[in-house]
Design a protein around this ligand. Sequence first.
Ligand code: AMP
Ligand code: ZN
Ligand code: FE
Ligand code: FE
Length: 278
Amino acid sequence: MIDLHTHSTVSDGTEAPEKVVEAAAGAHLSALALTDHDRLDGVAAARRRATTLGLELVAGCEISCQHEGTFHLLAYFVEPGDGPLQDELVRLQQARDTRNRRMAERLAELGLPVTYEEIEEEAGGMGAGRPHIAAILMRKGVVGSVQEAFDTWLAKGRPAYMDKERLSPAAAISLTRQSGGVPVIAHPLSLGVPEPALAGAIGELASLGLAGVEAIYGRYTTEERQALAGIAGDLGLVVTGGSDFHGSYKPDLSVGTGLGDLAVPDSALDSLRERVPA
Ligand code: AMP
Ligand code: ZN
Ligand code: FE
Ligand code: FE
């Protein structure tokens, strides 16, 4: 079994890249993809640890795209360094920093005790985002959980939310392919598209070059996974899967097993590899 969707301290996970790899080895996985938001900075360290422990580390990242709902793209096999997507990631990281500053200002206006410096410190200097703000609010007793921080303050439409810069789906998919990567839609139900229209929406992304669908997602029911796998099959897309592990920010999700019932076969990675652009 494998896990193709995990976060580390490089973005908004609470475990270092090496620790995520160790958890994967502990779960007897044969391969792990590290998919931090907007960043490939954890890949080298994770791969060193994976080599020692005898499992494969797949380079990856997760990119937020423009959409009426939520559209996250997983880009696999994009290695750290220079390249079309890699260069765009640097720009997104700068935009994220500006957004964090604006959210800190907004939090101050709302009378909440969170400064930009505290957000940076919580994030360990890299990849700060809303889960870090949520953790600070929890530590200071403003909320009882990370989820409550989102529901009350930080989720889209709540008072402290600030929009962030996003690539168009077409640009994100095309840049991924130009960088030798394979683009997959993460947690497709977040699109917020009702079931009858989902095949059409994913079909449009397929026409832009999407290669796979994360049908086997940590939080999805068996029925949801089957429906998404059916759509992927009809469109000739690869069925992939992952836990979306974030450490203690999403304490119920484990590497490899998600809520306990996740099982992503090695064949998913083999099929993705066949889609690497020539
Ligand atoms: P950011 O990239 O700073 O906008 O934060 C995005 C991350 O926040 C996602 O990857 C999730 O981990 C988390 N997140 C976003 N929306 C919610 C929500 N409504 N409830 C809980 N966590 C959320
Ligand atoms: Zn996240
Ligand atoms: Fe996501
Ligand atoms: Fe994620």
